[in-house]
Design a protein around this ligand. Structure first.
Ligand code: NIG
Ligand code: FE
Length: 416
């Protein structure tokens, strides 16, 4: 494999620091090297430092001149629903007319309408749509994405979605971390308990036997999976060796955060309605919150999670897109950074930490990605800005100039 020497960057945002998720004031420390450089060999980071020092060891490496630009770890998007068929344009328009997410779901839109389309799609058609989505992520500077099933809701359709993800890994450079979300909704044809038996008795054993997922997730919510049923599913998943995540307290404060703490989950996601007690429980159990402002924004709500309280409580916050056709149709982590700073009052530095190194830890990959440190995988992006804060400041456009996975350029913007 080849070597690269990235030189003369106005900032190399390394996020060098303790080998664990960052909390409190640590979230503001990005360990930036001005006029910096980085040497990459065989897909790994060899060294990072001042550009003039790096220049001494260039050897036969290909030189990448990053003058006037910033180099950062690739974004790690720790919550996406990457695989679905079609879109939800009708829901979008109904919401614009004032209907709520729950009203639209009851009237035949919502998750269920995507389930019907996804069931009807062949593996080949799904793969074609998902490849298009995966390339959107790369273009925005994301190099790793967690991806959930959840729009199949039968044994065969859930397996189909997870197999599409496995195939996707072979065909696009975006790194994928698969999550089983069979418990995304109760299918129309079954009662909640009948479906729970299928998730636990049939889906989980098949998913784990075929090693199709690393995590199990559940939509813990009134009308979806109440706390007791969520607990049963997560307990079964744990016995199968999966790590746990959960959609909790998104629409109502139903004790979801506490459940994730009780289960020792890796993450508790959404948390828009979580109160102080929920925050205390997450801290005690060391659960990482995954905050998803894109879905709050796109649903037209203003109820963002209590982010500053979470940071003050010492939670290792993660930011993610929640990319999905219903509540958050964006693959853009820079858009999420903008929302985090303007709506949740995170600083740009905190938002960068939450979307790189903290996100990597939340996917059990903190030792290999999420920061630019020697020995880590060379997943990084060069952005067309001199100061990392510009990423959150300019919004509605991509500043990604070039994106690298394992030291290979996988996306380059044209026309800059
Ligand atoms: O994270 N809350 C549940 N799941 C998604 C929405 C899925 C959909 O509407 O299709 C979410 O917001
Ligand atoms: Fe989600």
């Amino acid at each position: 494999m080849s070597s690269l020497a990235v030189l003369h960057a106005s900032q190399v945002v390394t996020l060098t620091g303790p080998k664990r998720p960052r909390i409190g004031a640590e979230m503001s420390e990005l360990a930036i090297i001005r006029e910096g450089g980085m040497l990459v060999r065989d897909g790994k980071i060899e060294s990072v430092g001042p550009s003039d020092e790096m220049e001494k060891n260039v050897g036969d490496a290909e030189i990448v001149d990053a003058r006037g630009r910033s180099v950062m770890p690739g974004f790690v998007d720790a919550h996406t629903h990457l695989v679905f068929a079609g879109n939800r344009l009708d829901d979008f328009e109904r919401r614009a007319r004032g209907e709520t997410y729950e009203q639209i779901a009851k009237a035949g839109g919502g998750i269920w309408s995507t389930v019907e389309k996804t069931r009807a799609a062949s593996e080949r058609d799904l793969l074609a749509q998902v490849k298009k989505h995966a390339n959107w992520f790369l273009r925005c500077g994301t190099t790793t994405a967690e991806a959930k099933s959840g729009y199949g809701l039968t044994v065969n359709d859930e397996l189909k979605i997870l197999r599409v993800l496995r195939q996707l890994k072979e065909e696009v450079p975006l790194e994928i971390v698969p999550t089983f979300l069979g418990a995304h909704a109760v299918p129309r044809e079954l009662s909640p308990d009948e479906y729970l038996d299928i998730v636990v008795g049939e889906m989980l054993p098949r998913v784990t036997a075929e090693k199709l997922a690393e995590f199990c997730d559940v939509f813990c919510e009134r009308g979806y999976f109440e706390v007791d049923r969520s607990r049963k599913i997560l307990s079964a998943a744990e016995k199968h060796g999966l790590s746990l995540r959960g959609h909790v307290d998104q629409l109502t404060n139903s004790g979801g955060a506490k459940l994730m703490a009780e289960m020792g989950a890796t993450t508790a996601d959404h948390l828009e309605q979580t109160d102080e007690q929920g925050i205390v429980a997450l801290k005690k159990a060391n659960v990482q919150p995954v905050l998803l402002p894109g879905s709050v924004y796109a649903l037209g709500s203003s109820r963002y999670p209590r982010t500053r309280e979470m940071i003050e409580a010492g939670l290792a916050i993660v930011l993610a897109t929640d990319f999905n056709p219903g509540s958050s149709p964006t693959p853009s982590m820079p858009m999420v950074l903008s929302l985090a700073c303007t709506q949740m009052k995170m600083s740009p530095a905190e938002a960068i930490t939450a979307s790189t190194v903290n996100a990597a830890y939340s996917l059990n990959r903190g030792d290999s990605i999420g920061s630019l440190e020697p020995g880590k995988v060379a997943n990084f992006a060069i952005f067309d800005c001199e100061d990392y804060r510009e990423l959150a400041y300019w919004f509605g456009m991509s500043q990604a100039y070039s994106v690298y996975v394992k030291g290979e350029c996988v996306s380059r913007s044209s026309g800059l």
